[in-house]
Design a binder for this molecule. Structure first.
Ligand code: PMP
Length: 353
């Protein structure tokens, strides 16, 4: 008989069940993973090429220079900085470090699709709490915290709705939740946000907060898998124990360091993407497409029963978006060409409606 995987996995869906299909010919735009549409900056590419010459070496088990650079930048002790193969890798470290079978993990829904997966793989019970009018319902989330709750996962700004939590509401929430509950504040999109919430400030104030960030989005290094977080020493030490040794590759580390050095240029790119986001939203709203404001590098189209059909039309035009069947479409802000193509297609779809 072949080995039998753990029964807990029976309930675990694949991370992304059905990626959209790229057209065989013609241009396709990848608007389904909230990637940065721009390739790394020349200075970062140069560092990647240099680092590639040492690809036959193992990276450090913990990337010391990157940890030191992040600690200095954030004004936190090096002991409190954790790194992982993307921030999604750090969720697995969180799960291994703190979740026992039967524990509960509370999170808003819809939100980052990894949340129920991470909980279930650990044998924990996912407790989704519906968004209210597209935003985190912090009072309802606090209500669902029980003595079995070990963690709350909060994505801010939220994927897929692009909305931010209310800063005062979050402080009240953190004061109300028992300190024994780990609150993971996922700030993957924070560079695109205008919200007042700063997870690193909250980690300073509340000992149970872990702030997670990534080089994948605004820094445009999704392919190199570098995520990081800050947590108090007791937690960060446990997260480091659960990290895959050498999990952050050496090329990624050099690229991340070069990106930190290229901050002004990267900020300009972020500013452009934010302006493009707002312009794209305005153009769509003007054409009758329902699009709430976004604090991220993507837009959320809550099309409900029309979502599947509209995503299919976009896909046929080479515009690959993320469909939430029967709920909505998440559309990454792309290059000027991609954004203009989105407006062109949706204009036709909505004019016909
Ligand atoms: N958090 C959120 C909210 C995300 O949307 C994503 C990527 N889709 C991640 C974390 C993971 O990013 P990475 O692992 O590339 O850092």
């Amino acid at each position: 008989m072949t080995p039998v995987p753990r029964a807990a996995l029976d309930e675990v869906p694949l991370y992304v069940p059905k990626p959209p299909v790229a057209r065989a010919e013609g241009v396709s735009h990848r608007l389904f993973l909230n990637e940065n549409p721009y390739a790394p900056l020349p200075s970062v590419l140069a560092e990647i090429s240099r680092a590639a010459l040492t690809a036959h070496h193992y990276p450090e088990i913990v990337p010391g220079e990157l940890v030191a650079a992040l600690a200095a930048r954030l004004g936190v002790p090096e002991s409190d900085v954790v790194t992982g193969p993307g921030s999604v890798g750090i969720y697995q470290q969180v799960a291994q470090a703190i979740l026992e079978p039967g524990d509960e993990v509370v999170y808003a829904w819809p939100s980052f699709e990894a949340f129920p997966i991470v909980a279930r793989i650990a044998g924990a019970r996912p407790v989704p709490v519906p968004l209210r009018d597209g935003v985190h319902d912090l009072a309802a989330i606090a209500d669902r915290v029980t003595p079995r709750t070990r963690a709350v996962f909060l994505c801010d700004p939220n994927n897929p709705t692009g909305t931010s939590v209310d800063a005062d509401g979050l402080s009240a929430f953190l004061s109300a939740v028992p300190e024994s509950v780990l609150v993971v504040l996922d700030e993957a999109y924070r560079e695109y946000s205008t919200s007042a919430v700063d997870g690193v400030e909250l980690y300073r104030e509340y000992p149970n907060v872990v702030a997670l960030r990534t080089f994948s989005k605004a820094y445009g290094l999704a392919g190199l898998r570098v995520g990081y977080g800050v947590a108090r020493p007791a937690i960060s030490a446990a997260l480091r124990k659960c990290a895959v040794p050498c999990g952050v590759g050496g090329i990624g580390v050099r690229a991340a360091l070069a990106s930190l050095a290229a901050e002004p240029e990267l900020s300009e790119r972020v500013a452009t993407l934010k302006a493009d986001r707002d312009a794209l939203r305005a153009a769509l709203v003007e054409r009758g497409v329902p699009v709430p404001p976004s604090d991220t590098n993507f837009l959320w189209l809550p099309l409900e029963s029309r979502a599947d059909e509209v995503a299919a039309v976009l896909e046929r035009a080479g515009l690959l978006t993320r469909l939430y069947p029967g709920v909505g479409i998440r559309l990454t802000v792309g290059t000027a060409e991609a954004n203009a193509a989105v407006v062109g297609v949706l204009e036709t779809v909505f004019a016909a409606a």
